[in-house]
Ligand binder design. Structure first.
Ligand code: ADP
Ligand code: MG
Length: 344
């Protein structure tokens, strides 16, 4: 009988935690990109091989990590983003739990290279599914950070078996990149798969540049059939693009919804959108949209769950009716061949 109570080794604790944060290659990419954005990066370069399971590399031009902090960045519950419980109330970064790098490095071979300045000189720390007996070595690197993740789940064969085909895993990565690309027009983003360029999205926040990016992400046909909307009422603002009903989809694959800049999935939102489109779409068809809801941060709780993109609205009735009303009206205003610019 092994009934003695024992403390989990840090490695095992990290691997268990990794079960929640690191589900598949796309979740690694999401965590790495969020770290880059938290570091103020304006350029993100993503390079993946074999759907990400063989290799994922994210390079940014953010503020970098000090040599002394590099090893710490891989430790569990180690974060530079909050220091006290009060900080949680006002947390403005995408991450703050200090779990991601520790989790990823416990189930993959990870190298973290970073430089704080333009000297061209940086430092690298690496971990191979172990706790960091942190190997620090000098390494050339421009200002910013590169995280190189190889052989995901190499030491957890049971989890590796759950990875789907290269194509499926790559599609999930692509979705992650697209979702992020539509939330940060001010950041340039590139994606390569097996050495081939997939996206190369330039930064720009003017209407023309934003529409160019939407067309790159959602396809030119979406943009050609899109109505631009911009409605503001009772402290709520909804803007973005909805495709005319003629451009409906057989799958719900072109639906991007952001609340205060964060991609979310929410029942209140889905219901309002579905109802707004109900009388203009055939049964089984799905609307396509890229929409941004902006409201007082105090009236929405975004930290319901770290990975599920959920939110909780203080006044969900108000949000529902505003969304439904705005979309329904935008769709009703449309006459074939005519775009609604009345509220731009
Ligand atoms: P969290 O993001 O929750 O703080 P992570 O494990 O994702 O936890 O990252 C740990 C720490 O490593 C971060 O708090 C940050 O200080 C540092 N870090 C990670 N990635 C980067 C990056 N790309 N640029 C600068 N610092 C980074
Ligand atoms: Mg993080």
């Amino acid at each position: 009988m092994h009934e003695k109570i024992q403390q989990l080794s840090p490695r095992l604790a990290n691997q268990i935690a990794a079960g929640e944060v690191v589900e598949r290659p796309a979740s690694v990419i999401k965590e790495l990109l969020e770290n880059s954005l938290d570091a103020g990066a304006t350029r993100l370069e993503v390079d993946v091989d074999s759907g990400g399971s063989k290799r994922m590399k994210v390079r940014d031009n953010g503020k970098g990590i000090d040599r002394e902090d590099l090893a710490m960045a891989l430790a569990r519950h180690a974060t530079s983003k909050i220091h006290a419980l009060e900080d949680l109330e006002a947390v403005a970064t995408l991450g703050f739990r200090g779990e991601a790098l520790a989790s990823i490095s416990s189930v993959a071979r990870l190298a973290l290279t970073s430089s704080r300045d333009e000297s061209g000189q940086g430092w690298q720390v690496s971990a191979e599914g172990r706790d960091m007996e942190a190997q620090l070595a000098p390494s050339a690197h421009p200002r910013g950070t590169t995280v190189d993740v190889r052989d995901l789940f190499f030491n957890t064969p049971a989890r590796r078996k759950f990875l789907r085909t290269e194509k499926t895993e790559f599609n999930r990565i692509d979705e992650t990149i697209k979702r992020l690309a539509l939330s940060r027009f001010d950041v340039s983003i590139s994606l390569r798969h097996n050495g081939k360029g997939v996206h190369n999205l330039r930064a720009g926040t003017g209407r023309v540049e934003m529409e160019r990016r939407v067309a790159q992400v959602c396809g030119p046909a979406f943009m050609q059939n899109a109505l631009h909307i911009n409605v503001e009422r009772s402290g709520l603002r909804l803007w973005g693009w909805v495709a005319e009903p003629a451009f409906s989809r057989s799958q719900a694959d072109l639906q991007f919804f952001y609340v205060n800049g964060r991609a979310i999935r929410d029942k209140v939102v889905s219901h309002a959108v579905r109802r707004a489109f109900a009388d203009v779409l055939y049964h089984g068809r799905h609307p396509a949209f890229v929409l941004y809801l902006e409201l007082d941060p105090a009236s929405v709780d975004v930290n319901v769950h770290p990975t599920k993109h959920e939110v909780r609205f203080r006044d969900s009735r108000l949000v529902h009716d505003f969304l439904f009303g705005s979309l329904h009206r935008a769709l009703a205003d449309v006459r074939p061949g005519q775009k609604d610019e009345s509220e731009v």
